[in-house]
Design a protein around this ligand. Structure first.
Ligand code: HEM
Ligand SMILES: *[C@@H]1O[C@H](CO)[C@@H](O)[C@H](O)[C@H]1NC(C)=O
Length: 532
């Protein structure tokens, strides 16, 4: 490296920080958020960002202390809004022109994903959703159920082999579930075999590349990428991890282009929908795009959905399933009731409708997705000044009552998915308790939660709701159906030791085993009915 590069970068950074500190001091004078309650302190440059980067429960603690609406500080001490008010959240999520993901998150995602559904906004987004929605509708997911069951049985067989090999049958279930959901999205999504559960002729090259960005997430690396997204010229400096990242991106897009060509070729050759190969999401999307009367999407828009679905659908679903298994290990009574219900179906290959007919399974999944939503929060940025209506007024430090919150253009709002799910005003005093039975009659107030599924905020709401929610639920139910019939799950460490990172995907780890990183260890014992 040239000897002046490091001092030059340092100087640029110092100037950048100084300019932003001045800008935020100036904005502070006019910030309408300064009347909201919120935590004090915070670093002059980093605000509360570094504290928020640790255990996710900090925002929850603040919610208990300051109520449903509060503000905290982000980089350069800029105020951000936190609200669990359901009227405010509906207002924000329904208008995707006024409230968008914002420049930095879009750049952060776009660097990896191109112009996929997670990145595009407004008109481009509407065009994409219109063409892709049918691929995720009920009939399509119904047709994919057999693939999910197949992967679930594969995992069952791996665990039957693995469990006796480990002390007391302790297995990190998350690692294996990640491999399984990667295989599932590969086959069901694009008719591609990752072979993550079963490395055939050595490891799959793409899987290895993805290992870096998807399989072994790393908070520090994410912060580095976030810094690059915030300060674009940092890209010109060789930061650690950049090369592996570019490689993974390159491989995903090369594979994407190849899969798209294969899919198009099959469709032109008249391979019908009834065949296994024509059922995957990609084929359905390609067919829909070909048939579209309006403006068609470009190849690169279609290809971008491949990394998008890999990123959006793989770690979320595996974390979700690991959370259910963990909840079952902490609640043996729930586990045995669930197992009883699952054995009422005499098949290893249930249909989607059969899976959905299992009421207790549904309640267990809902309750886990309420208490441990895999995506703990997201954010939106106000594209213009606005006044956000509230369902319940708040009182500021001077005793003044407000029925709405004023925000300036550029204000970031934290959409606290997990916070809404633990709000006692919505769910009652026992909101923090795991209790699947609560779903027999849920409180009236839960109907105010903006939602696409089960009065829950898990998959968000509004035009950017999770397109894959039926896919995820069907896959989870298939996994639980197969695994809970085959194994008994017990706690491997006391539940107080399990913590979650505050990254948007809440990643579990064990406090006393920090060196092991992201994991969800459980004791997994083959189930035999005679023992019960
Ligand atoms: C339990 C599993 C899952 C959870 C909790 C989850 C959660 C979410 C959430 C909260 C969002 C909204 C993000 C935002 O706008 O800020 C979202 C969007 C999205 N999800 Fe999921 N997701 C899951 C599984 C999946 C699966 C399996 C797929 C695909 C196969 C998928 C594909 C997407 C896509 C493409 C978007 C962007 C939608 C848009 O903006 O139009 N997700 N998901
Ligand atoms: C979004 O908000 C803007 C500005 O208030 C308004 O002009 C527009 O009609 C709103 N769009 C929707 C879909 O509500």
């Amino acid at each position: 490296m040239h000897p002046y590069i490091a001092p030059l970068a340092g100087l640029l950074l110092a100037v950048y920080i100084l300019l932003n500190v001045i800008k935020s001091l100036y904005e502070e004078l006019a910030s309408p958020l300064r009347h909201l309650p919120g935590p004090t302190g915070g670093n002059p440059i980093l605000g509360h960002a570094m504290r928020l980067d640790g255990d996710y429960s900090l925002t929850q603690t603040w919610q208990d202390e300051f109520g449903s609406n509060y503000q905290y500080r982000w980089f350069f001490n800029k105020r951000q809004l936190y609200t669990t008010d359901t009227k405010a959240l509906s207002h924000i999520l329904v208008n995707d022109t006024l409230y968008q993901k914002g420049t930095i998150p879009r750049r952060f995602l776009g660097d990896l994903l191109g112009n996929g559904l997670l990145v595009v906004e407004t008109e481009d987004h509407r065009r994409q959703r219109k063409i892709f929605n049918p691929a995720f509708a009920v009939p399509q997911i119904r047709a994919l159920t057999e693939i999910f069951n197949d992967k679930s049985l594969h995992l069952r067989d791996v665990w039957l082999r693995e469990s006796p090999r480990h002390f007391e049958g302790r297995i990190d279930v998350l690692t294996w579930l990640k491999k399984t959901t990667l295989d599932a999205i590969g086959t069901a999504g694009f008719h591609y075999e990752f072979d993550a559960l079963q490395p055939k002729n050595g490891a799959n090259e793409l899987n290895e590349a993805l290992e870096h960005v998807l399989q072994s997430p790393n908070q520090r690396r994410d912060m580095m990428r976030l810094a690059q997204a915030s300060i674009p010229w940092l890209k010109h400096f060789p930061l650690p991890g950049s090369k592996a990242f570019t490689d993974a991106r390159q491989k995903m897009f090369t594979l994407g282009a190849q899969l798209l060509e294969e899919s198009k070729a099959q469709i032109s050759a008249g391979v019908g929908e009834e065949l296994h190969s024509g059922r995957d999401l990609l084929s359905v999307m390609v067919r829909a795009n070909m048939a579209s009367e309006g403006q068609k999407l470009s190849d690169s828009d279609v290809i971008s959905q491949i990394p998008t679905f890999l990123v959006a659908g793989h770690e979320t679903t595996s974390t979700a399933t690991a959370s259910v298994l963990h909840a079952l290990s902490c609640n043996p009574g729930v586990q045995s009731n669930l197992r009883k219900e699952l054995f009422s179906l005499a098949t290893d290959n249930p249909t989607m409708d059969e899976l959905n007919s299992l009421t207790y399974l549904d309640h267990v999944v809902r309750e886990t997705m309420r208490l441990f939503p895999p995506v703990g929060f997201t954010t939106r940025e106000a594209m213009a000044d606005d006044v956000i209506p509230l369902s319940k007024p708040y009182v500021d430090a001077r005793g003044l009552t407000y029925h709405s919150i004023e925000v300036k253009r550029g204000t970031t709002i934290r959409i606290p998915i997990a916070g809404v799910h633990r709000d006692k005003a919505i769910w009652g005093e026992d909101a923090d308790l795991f209790n699947p039975e609560r779903w027999e009659t849920i409180p009236e107030s839960a109907s105010n939660v903006p939602s696409v599924w089960g009065n829950l905020f898990t998959f968000l709401a509004g035009p950017h709701n999770c397109i894959g929610f039926r896919f995820a639920l069907c896959e989870m139910k298939s996994l639980l159906f197969v695994l809970v019939r085959a194994f008994e799950f017990r706690e491997a460490v006391p539940k107080e030791e399990i913590t979650f990172t505050s990254s948007p995907v809440r990643r579990p780890s064990v406090r006393i085993e920090e060196g092991k990183g992201i994991q969800m260890p459980l004791i997994v014992i083959p189930y035999s009915s005679s023992e019960a």
